[in-house]
Design a protein around this ligand. Structure first.
Ligand SMILES: Nc1ncnc2c1ncn2[C@@H]1O[C@H](COP(=O)(O)OP(=O)(O)O)[C@@H](O)[C@H]1O
Ligand SMILES: [Mg+2]
Length: 501
């Protein structure tokens, strides 16, 4: 491995992180050693990976309906009739992470090292192994990847291994962004206040993601650590918001610049880019690539996944207008679909009958995607000084950002204003003490008054019961008096009667 100082100077003189772009091809790059365009184009590569039945599917006694046959075929046993599907490669449930990497990703990484932009998409129902295939286990054990490591960690390790064995002078950058609900989030920068914006490169050849961090890395272990951190950010966000991980897209991008000496002895830079895309779960999208009615009803429209399906349909039908602009995903990855990038789609499926609808839907989607033709073209070589100029521009932009954020968030005061504010502050504190004392005094008065009120209330209560007693006595006397009058009147009546007789 080369020591730091022999690397391209960009690795040492620049901040570790910088703002950057995705699929960018600056118009001012010089045309050196350019490879001829592959006139006919090539179909995008489509592979199928079947996940064996999980505990849940076994417990539900859901039988296996999809089998990998030979290297390129899959047989769907569907209500008595068998249906065959062919892809560039079919991986059965027993396939290992290493096999998938070696057969699918390694040849693509070789293209990246030759100066191509390449993209691998993982498409499929939630729980079928998209993240397992792309990331798998990111942790190292005894300084080595584990057998469950997926394409991203393996590609990172292999990249550095190759560059170091070839004694290349290079620089490697990585970025990791998440797209959820048409909003982009930088997983390498957990600052929620930063919004990422995408806009078309002025040369019209790609898009720029403004505000995205690209971490410059010098070892595989460093890249892996960054990846683990980013992956954790995705998980934290998904536990905060139910279903988020199944409905978000994750785009990992690795950019490599390699120094090359062209005939004549001049130094140029070869640029290659690898996008590894873990798509949202395909369960809300039906066989024709449109959204399911029930998904629409539930308001679970995944604009990006929907547009991806529509873009595929338009490309396959050779439509004049392809709706790339209708979603952020297709804007970001336009070049990977019918463009100049080498593209591979890994469709992941369950093999259990209980997922029949999604299995058929994924198989049909993958089959249709196979008809897309791209025209891969190697990136133009760059002169190092142009790259340096780009980096200088980045530094300038970051400085301006820093200045701006200072102006927005920092408070700068003259000594006089500071003294004034400090005095005001002290005076306010003193006033608080004074007022607290007043409050204490008022509290004492209140206490006395409350006591007095209680005593008066007691007295009043005593008088009230006395009054009630007197009233009761009065009533008794009143009644007695009434009775006496009645008796008296009766007796007088009798006396008068006797007199008459
Ligand atoms: N090919 C496979 N072999 C072994 N385990 C797998 C395979 N594919 C997926 N899994 C396991 O299945 C579960 C779901 O996979 P995951 O990659 O999270 O699915 P997705 O990202 O498509 O929603 C995980 O526990 C994962 O480890
Ligand atoms: Mg996943």
């Amino acid at each position: 491995m080369l020591n730091e100082s022999s690397r391209l100077s960009i690795n040492n003189s620049n901040p570790r992180r910088s703002s950057g772009s995705l699929n960018r091809r600056a118009s001012d790059k010089l045309k050196v050693n350019k490879k001829p365009v592959e006139e006919k184009g090539t179909n995008i590569q489509v592979v199928l990976r079947c996940r064996g039945r999980n505990e849940h599917e076994i417990a539900a006694n859901s039988p296996v309906i999809l089998e990998a046959k030979r290297r390129r075929d899959a047989v769907l046993r569907n209500t008595g009739k068998d249906k065959e599907y062919s892809f560039d490669r079919v991986f059965g449930p027993e396939s290992t992470q290493e096999e998938v990497y070696k057969e699918v990703a390694q040849p693509i990484l070789d293209e990246v090292l030759m100066g191509y932009n390449c993209t691998i998409f993982a498409y499929g129902q939630t729980g079928t192994g998209k993240t397992y295939t792309m990331e798998g286990e990111l942790e190292e054990r005894n300084g080595r990847l584990t057998p469950r490591a997926g394409i991203i960690p393996r590609a990172i390790y292999k990249l550095f291994e190759t560059l170091d064995t070839e004694h290349a002078e290079y620089s490697v950058k990585v970025s990791l962004i998440e797209l959820y609900n048409e909003e982009l989030r930088d997983l390498l920068n957990n600052d929620d206040s930063r919004t990422l914006r995408i806009f078309e490169d002025q040369s019209g050849s790609g898009v720029i993601v403004q505000g995205m961090e690209e971490s410059i890395i010098s070892t595989a272990a460093e890249a892996l650590a960054i990846m683990q951190e980013g992956s954790k950010n995705r998980i934290i966000a998904s536990t905060k918001c139910n279903e988020k991980s199944s409905r978000s897209h994750c785009i990992f991008t690795l950019t490599v610049h390699i120094k090359e000496i062209i005939p004549g002895g001049e130094e140029v830079l070869k640029v290659g880019k690898l996008n590894l895309v873990d798509l949202a779960g395909s369960e809300n999208i039906n066989r024709s690539g449109a959204e399911h009615a029930r998904a629409r009803e539930a308001g679970m429209i995944n604009q990006s996944l929907l547009t991806l399906g529509r873009v595929i349909n338009h490309l396959v039908d050779h439509s004049q207008h392809v709706p790339y602009r209708e979603s952020k995903l297709t804007r970001l990855l336009k070049d990977s679909l019918g463009g100049r990038t080498k593209t591979c789609l890994i469709a992941t499926v369950s093999v259990a009958k209980m997922n029949q609808e999604e299995i058929i839907s994924t198989l049909d989607y993958a089959k249709r995607a196979k008809n897309i033709r791209n025209r891969p073209e190697a990136n133009q070589r760059m002169y190092p000084k142009i790259l340096l100029r780009e980096y200088e521009q980045t530094i300038e932009r970051l400085k301006a950002d820093l200045q701006a954020s200072r102006e927005q968030k920092g408070v700068y005061l003259s000594q006089q204003t500071y003294n004034m504010i400090t005095d005001e502050n002290q005076s306010s504190k003193d006033r608080v003490v004074e007022l607290s004392r007043d409050v204490e005094g008022l509290r004492d008065t209140l206490r006395d008054k409350t006591k007095e009120l209680d005593e008066k209330s007691d007295l009043l209560f005593g008088k009230e019961s006395e009054l009630a007693q007197v009233q009761a006595n009065l009533k008794t006397l009143d009644k007695k008096l009434g009775d006496d009058i009645e008796q008296l009147t009766e007796r007088m009546g009798q006396v008068n009667k006797k007199h008459h007789n």
